[in-house]
Design a protein around this ligand. Structure first.
Ligand SMILES: [Zn+2]
Length: 195
């Protein structure tokens, strides 16, 4: 597996292209903006996109959905509980509703859906036990967590979701929706007050 990261849009959303190096198939996670730059990278690396996967339905994570879906004929996958967020964008409606334990495949890569609401009601994380990685959207950041004061946010759900993520194996590498990568172990070691 290879993970390509592009920072897109006005608030540096992390868009990830997650590649199976054998088949060149990839998932596009959170194409928030800059469809041109994302397409260029896809073409440069000769990737074959399999799906667009959205960690949550906020504008800064879905801005390039329309162009990339049309260009590569891709399904958009996300939780239906976050579809309300798309109404403020030009994103097409999702093709597949994601819920707990669903599996998303690209070539030989398999990611399990973890429902991690709190920042938004339909927030999800994507976890691969084999590859020891988790994509956490705006739920868990390096040393922080996502805002819980937005429409649809729930501080109680955020506590539940953070506990769920921090129960993953320590060596799991965390790829958040904004900012730098971290590991579950490093986040477990932070005192609760630092978060
Ligand atoms: Zn967000």
């Amino acid at each position: 597996m290879k993970i390509h990261n592009l920072k897109v849009g006005p608030i540096d959303t992390n868009c990830y292209l997650v590649e199976d190096e054998t088949t060149k198939e990839c998932l596009i996670i959170d194409p928030g903006d800059d469809a041109g730059a994302i397409s260029q990278l896809i073409e440069k690396k000769q990737l074959k996109p399999a799906a667009i996967v959205i960690t949550h339905g906020h504008w800064d994570h879905v801005g390039a959905n329309k162009i990339l879906k049309e260009k590569y004929n891709l399904p958009i996958m996300m939780s239906e509980e976050d579809v309300f967020g798309l109404k403020m964008t030009d994103s097409p409606a999702p093709d597949q509703n994601l819920k707990e334990d669903d599996e998303i495949k690209a070539g030989g890569l398999v990611f399990k859906v973890l429902q991690t609401p709190g920042h938004s009601p339909g927030g999800i994380s994507l976890y691969s036990k084999e590859e020891k990685v988790v994509f956490t959207g705006d739920t868990l950041f390096k040393g922080a967590y996502g805002r819980v004061d937005l429409p649809g946010s729930s501080p109680e759900s955020m506590v539940f979701s953070l506990k769920k993520l921090l129960a993953l194996p320590r060596e799991t590498k965390v790829y958040p929706g904004h900012g730098q990568t971290t590991t579950i172990g490093a986040e477990q070691d932070l005192p609760a007050t630092a978060r």
